[in-house]
Ligand binder design. Structure first.
Ligand code: ZN
Length: 141
């Protein structure tokens, strides 16, 4: 559990902001970039909490290890980590064959479709409300 309330709120804020954009997936490393007070560790902990409550889902991305790191092709994205370990892939970009190890797998979070829909509706309501408030203020002046 994260006891750092500020970090918790920042992570929730990040996810909520992203939910109203076309972005569906993000890497945990992008969260500390959002707020300088966030560490990757505390961000990751709170992201896992959000997975439990269903706002986001944890996925595992398999990347091509390539020759000399030039190939960063995504080979697969799965929710079951164990299903990809020792699995063989052939990269369609560089042609390298890979037997997947822990080093080739990276965590990735996907925002729940239902949550994205909900947040977009909330966002619309909010913008409608603010424009109504603005109209009222204008009509008074
Ligand atoms: Zn490759």
């Amino acid at each position: 559990m994260v006891s750092d309330w500020a970090a918790k709120r920042k992570v929730n804020e990040f996810v909520d902001l992203l939910a109203v954009t076309p972005v569906k997936q993000f890497y945990p490393t992008s969260v500390p970039k959002y707020s300088e007070n966030l560490t990757l560790e505390s961000a990751f902990e709170q992201l896992i909490e959000l997975c439990k409550t269903g706002e986001i889902h944890l996925l595992w991305e398999v990347k091509c290890p390539g020759e000399s790191d030039f190939c960063i092709r995504t080979l697969d994205k799965v929710s079951d980590y164990q299903s990809i370990i020792d699995h063989n892939y052939r990269c369609d970009v560089c042609g390298k064959e890979t037997c997947v190890t822990n080093d080739d797998v990276f965590p990735l979070f996907e925002i729940d479709e239902g949550y994205r829909h909900f947040m977009r509706e909330e966002f619309k309501k909010k913008t409608n409300q603010t424009s109504r408030v603005r109209l009222k203020i204008k009509s008074r002046v």
